[in-house]
Design a protein around this ligand. Structure first.
Ligand SMILES: *Cc1c(COP(=O)(O)O)cnc(C)c1O
Length: 352
């Protein structure tokens, strides 16, 4: 089966994305997509970008999109990098900043793409266990490592660190890059963006996939000291000059500028999350305190697999990992109120 494969990929175990069913009959609570549509202004901008200009390559630097980001987040253009989804930005960062000597560190329970990128790029890594409440302790990450990779809020737990805890991590690791993946930060986390000027080793990574309802567009960005941004550009321009197409650049720019709409759909999701967390707790679930657009929950009387399978039979998809410590937990994306009603009704049938 692996005939002609390079040695590098013969031993790779790739990341498994959440299921994307081909029919739309499922209630999809398995990939942390936003239940609300993207900004109207973003949709119109993309429609406007369809035309004869598509014969031309897009702007390789994504200047207009970077200007929009700078306007909303108070950054300088030299501090911003844009890419084809934050997954691509993370992949570039792992290659650009980590040698793996000594190993790069990240929590034992986190976004599983980190270990995949480390393996693909030959970067040695070491995991640091979360405590029994799935909390990260910054002092566990102090020195002796070749870089730090953190999702904040963490995935799939939804638990976040404060900006001061991120500062402690930066103080403890002044000689290596500390990458903070803020894919979910808009849903209640504390961003590390204000620390960029003070810490030349901080890279913050963001995405439009969750907060802006644009998972289908594939746009992410990074902010950091201009030296780090130059490193990312060096890597990108050694790989693919045009990572973002004209439609994505136009849509992302308009979506970023339509900050009010993003805030509105995010607040709606937060309200639904809090209501759903209370209902799950009432049913006996232990629910992690979430600052993201999902809940991580387990029930003492039902296995994670039984619940996941039972939900699927009832037309609801959720995510679960057959991994130590978390195999009985479901990661449930926050959908609309109606979708969460359906989820709670189905779970009531499934709990003994
Ligand atoms: C969803 C997610 C991403 C990927 O986002 P894209 O921009 O869609 O590639 C990155 N990091 C974490 C922790 C995520 O959950």
């Amino acid at each position: 089966m692996k005939e002609f494969w390079s040695k590098r990929i013969q031993t790779m175990t790739p990341y498994t994305p959440g299921e994307q069913p081909k029919d739309q009959t499922f209630i999809k609570l398995n990939t942390n997509e936003n239940p609300y549509p993207p900004s109207q202004q973003a949709q119109q901008a993309m429609q406007g970008a369809v035309g004869t200009a598509l014969r031309l390559y897009p702007d390789p630097d994504g200047d207009a999109l970077r200007e929009a980001i700078c306007g909303v987040y108070g950054l300088k253009k030299t501090q911003v990098f844009v890419g084809n989804g934050s997954d691509e930005v993370l992949a570039f960062a792992v290659q650009a900043f980590f040698d793996g000597i000594p190993p790069v560190v990240f929590p034992d329970i986190t976004y599983s793409f980190y270990e995949v990128y480390a393996a693909l790029f030959g970067v040695d890594c070491r995991t640091i266990p979360l405590d029994e409440k799935f909390t990260i302790h910054p002092e566990d990450y102090r020195g002796g490592n070749g870089g730090v990779l953190l999702a904040n809020p963490n995935a799939p737990t939804g638990i976040g660190l404060t900006r001061e805890e991120i500062r402690a991590l930066l103080e403890g690791n002044p000689d290596v890059v500390v990458l903070v993946d803020e894919a979910y930060v808009e849903f209640g986390g504390e961003t590390a963006l204000p620390l960029i000027d003070a810490y030349p080793n901080l890279l913050v990574v963001r995405t439009l996939s969750k907060s802006h309802g644009l998972a289908g567009l594939r746009v992410g960005w990074a902010a950091g000291n201009e030296n780090l941004i130059a490193g990312l550009n060096c890597l990108k321009n050694s790989f693919n000059s045009y990572t973002l197409d004209r439609l994505a650049l136009a849509g992302a720019q308009a979506a970023i500028r339509d900050e009010g709409y993003m805030r509105e759909i995010v607040s709606r999701i937060i309200r639904t999350r809090e209501k759903t967390a209370a209902r799950l707790a009432e049913m006996g679930f232990s629910v992690c305190p979430s600052q993201a657009n999902f809940l991580f929950a387990a029930h003492p009387k039902a296995s994670g697999k039984a619940l996941q399978d039972g939900l699927r039979t009832r037309g609801i998809l959720v995510r679960r990992w057959d991994r130590p410590r978390i195999s009985d937990y479901l990661r449930i994306t926050i959908g609309t109120d109606a979708e969460m009603d359906a989820l709670c009704a189905a779970l009531k049938e499934l709990i003994p």
